[in-house]
Design a protein around this ligand. Structure first.
Ligand code: ARG
Length: 571
């Protein structure tokens, strides 16, 4: 039960009764309905001037005509002000409807079936082999993970893909370096860092001895040719990288359905290249094969180098076909930083030129950069922050705060992990994704303001109220007590939650949920400080306030779940 929908339904009925041939649907009205900033102007307002053209009447007249025909138990009264019809909902029945609806299906408020029978592929995290996972990878990982949950929640079948960066000449160099200076134990023990060190050494030594470059190339050729030794070392590099990365994924609670990355498409590019050629889209340019995109304001896309080698985009073309043929996706999202805007524009354009309509379901979900404590990260300047270090530090700091604030908490380690990781994830998903983020400890871990710990703490507060409220479990609630402005704020935020979830999905924007959930936490805290939840001499009112608390708990938990943040019951 979504109050806005219900009100919209009443308005659509009223419109039908007032005007001949009025084709106003519930969806039309829902889209028009506004939420006045001041409650004196009603809980909802319909701006009637937007109807005056189609109905050929003055806004004020439309508003008055509608007002006369408005009825329904949810409506307390309507007022016509200027061209607006302001609607005041009947608060007791609003409260009862919303709270009951939330509690009837725990954990499902805001879910839908709109994606039933449809599939969405999500390409996110997509790490590079033999590179360490740093905080620049947090956004792709968490935005992708969150979107996967949001689409799932709306009935879609989702396919999470880690499109591994496991192809390129650098891997030949790395094997070369490993053969010369490395050994198995060191790499096993040192993980990705040991591989990075080997790679750095390769470049240092190649400055002195340029013949190394040839050796590196020769090793890459061996990978391309499937030489057993090269393949064995290379796949072991992959294993080591994935094992290292898995620790971070475990901390974040992130998983994938497929790890098919660039190397997987090695033997799958032929048909795409052939098709491009057949359709006359490939042209030669300085010995290389390119697709001309000048007409569309883009530089040419290089598909085959002059030596026949394929490129990043060639692999992405093959991947697009593979995903289309394998998953029959309705949507295919690429959660990748905005630096790759051009790449994806080219990719989609080429598919369009090839005449494959399904390219329309593809979308580049881009996002901004992360800096750390006011400074841009730079590998060259040695200013890197590894994600695992960041998360562990967050857990440690959360643990200190817990020691200080609630030393008697059971399972402190578990809660420290939930709060520390939650703080980092929340911070990442709080801003509109396209904006750059500056990670600051001070703000991320604060228990006040718009932070993960604040929202988690509110959830724990609700749980704590509920633990003490057993006595009211069998009392028939009197929802008419939920008629004050603070309760109404809470109820409105709950009732708008489904709409926000839908919007977050339509815009691939998890931050909408982060912010809405935060507003709900703030509204509940305000309610909590101004009202006693349990009053001995008012069991029926208490039962209603307890149920409101339970509904808030449920919706906050769902909101956090959808952005990939856990909700501890005590903290
Ligand atoms: N591995 C790439 C990088 O780190 C991202 C891959 C994104 N996915 C894709 N299908 N191109 O930049």
């Amino acid at each position: 039960m979504d109050m806005k929908q219900i009100i919209a339904g009443r308005i659509a009925d009223a419109a039908q009764a007032s005007f001949e041939n009025c084709a106003l649907t519930v969806a039309d009205v829902t889209a028009m309905l506004e939420t006045p900033p001041d409650k004196k102007l009603g809980d909802y307002a319909l701006p009637c001037f937007r109807l005056s053209k189609t109905l050929r009447k003055a806004p004020q007249m439309i508003a008055s005509a509608l007002a006369e025909k408005m009825s329904g138990e949810e409506i307390d009264r309507v007022e016509v002000v200027g061209g607006y019809m302001n609607i005041f909902v009947s608060r007791g029945s609003l409260a009862e409807g919303i709270v009951k609806a939330v509690l009837a299906n725990p954990g499902r408020w805001g879910s839908s079936e709109v994606g039933k029978g449809k599939t969405v592929c999500l390409d996110y995290s997509s790490i590079n082999i033999a590179k360490r996972f740093h905080i620049g990878h947090l956004s792709t990982t968490m935005i992708g993970h969150s979107l996967k949950r949001i689409y799932d929640f709306n009935g879609y079948t989702t396919v999470g893909i880690n499109h591994l960066g496991d192809w390129g000449t650098q891997f030949g160099k790395m094997i070369c370096a490993y053969k010369k200076w490395g050994n198995r134990e060191e790499v096993e023990a040192g993980g990705v860092q040991a591989m990075v060190d080997l790679y750095v050494r390769f470049h240092a030594e190649a400055e002195k001895d340029p013949s190394l470059e040839d050796e590196g190339r020769a090793w890459f050729k061996k990978i391309e040719d499937g030489d057993p030794e090269a393949m064995e070392i290379f796949s072991w590099f992959k294993e080591v990288t994935l094992k290292d990365t898995q620790r971070v994924y475990d901390l974040l609670g992130v998983s994938f359905d497929s790890y098919n990355g660039e190397a997987f498409y090695n033997d799958k590019m032929g048909p795409v290249v052939d098709e491009l050629r057949e359709k006359g889209l490939l042209v030669e340019s300085q010995g290389a094969q390119v697709v001309q995109l000048e007409e569309y304001g883009m530089p040419p896309a290089l598909v085959l180098r002059s030596d026949g080698a394929t490129l990043y985009i060639t692999r992405d073309l093959a991947a697009a076909f593979y995903r289309h043929n394998t998953y029959h996706f309705d949507k295919c999202l690429y959660v990748v930083a905005y630096q790759q805007n051009l790449h994806f524009k080219q990719l989609f354009k080429i598919l369009e030129l090839m005449g494959h309509d399904w390219y329309k379901g593809m979308e580049h979900v881009s996002f901004g950069m992360v800096s750390y404590e006011g400074r841009a990260l730079s590998t060259r300047e040695g200013y890197v922050v590894y994600l695992e270090d960041l998360l562990n530090k967050a857990i440690e700091k959360a643990r200190e705060i817990i020691e200080e604030k609630s030393p008697n908490l059971p399972n402190k380690d578990e809660v420290a992990r939930q709060v520390g990781v939650g703080a980092v994830v929340y911070f990442d998903l709080h801003n509109e994704r396209i904006k750059d983020i500056d990670f600051r400890w001070e703000r991320a871990l604060s228990f006040e303001g718009e932070t993960g710990p604040y929202v988690q703490y509110t959830h724990a507060r609700c749980c704590s109220v509920l633990r003490k409220a057993q006595a009211y479990a069998d009392v028939e609630p009197d929802y008419s007590v939920l008629c004050d402005d603070e309760a109404l704020d809470v109820l409105m935020l709950i009732s708008r939650f489904p709409e926000v979830v839908r919007k977050a999905m339509d815009q691939n924007e998890p931050s909408l949920i982060t912010r809405h959930t935060t507003s709900l936490a703030q509204a509940y805290n305000k309610y909590y400080f101004e009202h006693r939840i349990m009053e001995e001499n008012d069991p029926a009112g208490s039962a209603a306030r307890v149920n409101l608390t339970d509904a808030v708990r449920d919706v906050i938990k769902t909101g956090l779940y959808l952005i990939g943040v856990e909700a501890p019951e005590r903290m």
